[in-house]
Design a protein around this ligand. Structure first.
Ligand code: SAJ
Length: 477
């Protein structure tokens, strides 16, 4: 740790003004919570005035919430802190000069996950702006999910080059990954433990001063910046791995003709001191913005660290294998659909297929990396006509996405359930069959939302992920 930084921070005094760079799902709620904290005087929200997201600047300054979907407490909080003149959104990065602490909440998608190529461009652009305008004694805290080694590598270099200052001497640097989830952004920021990775003791102390006022139930967990990066990416890689294990078990149960859900509850009955079997749920695939990329960030970390070790090469990584299992599930849904159609001597060619669910999680409009997309593409390639329904996602002619469920199911030779929206749990088998107009339509359940026997008794050809006990049922004429 540099000797100079503690003195510089002492001279600067306590954190009073904060800058949050990137007004998205992470930046907006955290900026509002910082602004609402008595410990701080003012918060600048920085947003590039780009064609796609510049509109957020005026919305936020009018006290309006630019995020879609239900976020309890957020609308009121935005109005409260803007009325109290404790928050302002701007595209003018020079205001960073007045910030004692700057948090970076810029997205880090993968340009090409298969080649492990992340797109760090927006992040580097943001870091350059911060470096250009920040002043001595500023704390920069990276919240974006990054490849382990980025904070102490790329981020540190970019900030030092742009500012002409030295991290750990002239300014403090930390990584404090976000754990927000759509639908509970505010609650998560207040109640989840906060991993804080300072590059040195002074940076750590400064970051603890910044984040402590946000926490109600959550506690601060201190570690190094790189350990914080590994924690964040690994916690999602582990979730993806657990889902992949459930998916592989489901495929196995189909292969030997048993019900995976019976097996799952059997496994879950093994309880006791220190015994865990977190069997998650098999399904039609893994979508979203976190699990689909964080494994690749994690694994890439070993490559850029460049240390000789026994760590498996990328294609041997268990985590990357798990990604492949989860990415196979939409293809498995396609195979189940083809097998179902074959039972009534149909093929996907010219068939009309209804996809129920485009959002990647139930009862949400979040359609980032939807597993349904891969399924739809396979069917279109096989000459099928695909209609999509989702009650939450915006209507989209390009993928024939409609909010009219009857219309989407009308004439369908097969219906594939991709998202576990509550609306689909109450589908009435005979009603649905009437909508399709076929004596033996196919139904493929990717999220265990319907009762197989009800649909089989109504004359459907049923296929379900993990339902080896039902998938070869006799057809009820
Ligand atoms: N999924 C399954 N089986 C399961 C659980 C999920 O197939 O048992 C699928 C979902 O259908 C979805 C995908 O996986 O397509 C991702 O679902 P998710 O519940 O993991 O939701 P995410 O992607 O929003 O994950 C976020 C993560 N949060 C952060 O990165 C801050 C993750 O760490 C959380 O564990 C997760 O939310 C959560 O638990 O809600």
């Amino acid at each position: 740790m540099g000797k100079r930084l503690p003195r510089v921070l002492l001279k600067r005094g306590p954190i009073r003004s904060i800058g949050v760079v990137g007004m998205g799902y992470v930046g907006i709620p955290s900026a509002m919570l910082f602004a609402d904290a008595n410990a701080f005087e003012f918060v600048w929200g920085f947003q590039r005035n780009s064609g796609t997201s510049g509109y957020k600047i005026d919305m936020l300054n009018r006290g309006e919430n630019p995020l879609k979907g239900e976020e309890p407490g957020l609308d009121a909080l935005i109005r409260k802190v803007t009325d109290a003149k404790k928050f302002k959104c701007t595209a003018d990065y020079s205001k960073i000069a007045s910030c004692d602490a700057v948090t970076v909440t810029i997205q880090t998608p993968f340009a090409d996950a298969k080649r492990l190529e992340p797109n760090f461009e927006p992040l580097v652009a943001g870091l350059n702006e911060i470096g250009t305008h920040m002043t001595e004694g500023t704390l920069v805290s990276l919240e974006s999910t990054v490849t382990p080694g980025t904070t102490m590598g790329l981020a540190r270099q970019t900030l030092e080059e742009a500012s002409g200052m030295v991290a750990g001497e002239d300014f403090a640097l930390a990584h404090a990954p976000e754990r927000v989830m759509v639908g509970r952004l505010i609650r998560n920021l207040q109640e989840y433990d906060r991993i804080v990775g300072g590059m040195d003791a002074a940076s750590m102390q400064r970051a603890v001063e910044l984040y402590s006022p946000l926490l109600t139930l959550g506690a601060i967990i201190e570690m190094s910046a790189t350990e914080a990066e590994v924690t964040k990416t690994a916690e999602n890689a582990f979730r993806d791995l657990q889902i992949a294990a459930a998916n592989e078990l489901a495929l196995f149960c189909e292969a030997i003709g048993v019900n995976v859900y019976t097996v799952r509850s059997g496994i879950a009955s093994l309880k006791g001191e220190g015994i865990t079997r977190a069997v998650l749920f098999p399904g039609a695939g893994v979508g979203g913005h976190c699990l689909t990329k964080d494994t690749y960030h994690l694994v890439r970390g070993a490559a850029i660290a460049g240390r000789a070790s026994d760590y498996p090469l990328i294609d041997n990584s268990l985590f990357v294998r798990a990604r492949a299992v989860n990415d196979f599930m939409p293809t498995h849904m396609y195979h189940l659909t083809v097998a179902g159609l074959a039972r009534v001597r149909k093929t996907p060619q010219n068939a009309r297929i209804a996809v129920l669910g485009w959002a990647f999680i139930p009862n949400s409009d979040d359609a980032r990396n939807p597993p349904s997309a891969a399924f739809r593409d396979l069917l279109v390639k096989s000459g099928a006509r695909v209609m999509v329904h989702d009650p939450y996602v915006r209507v989209d002619a390009a993928i024939s996405l409609s909010h009219d469920l009857e219309d989407v199911m009308s004439g369908a030779d097969a219906i594939a359930l991709f998202t576990g929206h509550d609306a689909y749990r109450s589908l009435d088998a005979s009603e649905v069959k009437k909508e399709t107009g076929h004596p033996h339509p196919v139904v493929v359940d990717g999220r265990n939302v319907i009762d197989p026997d009800r649909f089989i008794q109504s004359g459907f050809i049923y296929k379900g992920i993990g339902r080896g006990d039902k998938n070869d049922h006799s057809i009820v004429r």
